[in-house]
Write a protein that binds this ligand. Sequence first.
Ligand code: TYD
Length: 201
Amino acid sequence: MRGLFVVFEGVDRSGKTTQLQLLADRMAAKHEVVVTREPGGTPVAEAIRVLLLADDVDMSARCEALLFAAARADHVERIIRPALERGAVVVSDRFVDSSLAYQGVARGLGVEDVERVNLWATDGLVPDLTIMLDLPITHSTARDGEADRMENEGELFQARVRRGLLDLAARAPQRYAVIDAAHSIDEVADMVWAALPEQWR
Ligand code: TYD
C-alpha cells in the first residue's frame, strides 16, 4: 500500500489526542492526512462506540472484545484501507493494540486470542508506525474529569493496560516509538516528528 498508517496509543489522559492533532496538522502541509479514532470512524463504529463507553451498560468481556473488533472491521474496510490505497497518511487514535492491552491483558482475555480475532477483523492490517505515549499511572490519570466505562476501571486496571502496551512495543521495537509523555507538549511533538520515516517528514 502506498500510504502511511500511523497509530497513537497510550493510557487514558496521556495527551495522545493533542499530539495526534499536532502531527496531523504538520503532515498536512505535504500529504493528504486522514485523522480518525477507535472505537469509531464510521457511522456503525460510532454507534458501537456509544454502546461500549456508556457507563450504565454492563457486558461480558468477550462481548466487549468482539464489539471493539466489529467496529474496527468496518473502520478498516471503509476508511483506513481506501485511504492508504490512494496514498494518504492515516493517523488513528488507537487501533488493535488497545484491544490487546485493555481486553487481552487488563480484562484477562489473553493477548493471543484477542489478537486472532483482530487479525481476522482487520484482514491483517498492521500500522507502519505506532506512537506509544507513556505516562506513569497516577490517581488523576485514572479518575479526573468525566470518566467513561473503561476509565472507571481504576488505577490497577490502567496499570495493567500500560504494562500491556509497553510489552507490545518491546515485541516489535522497529514498528514503535515509545515516548515519555511527561515532557512538555512541544517537546513531545518534536519527539513524535523525529519518529516518522524520513521520506514522510
Ligand atoms: P476514548 O474516550 O477515545 O478515550 P481515550 O481518549 O483515552 O482514547 O475512549 C476509548 C476507551 O476505550 C479508552 O478507555 C480505551 C478503550 N478501548 C479499549 O478498551 N479497547 C479498544 O480496542 C479500543 C480501541 C479502546
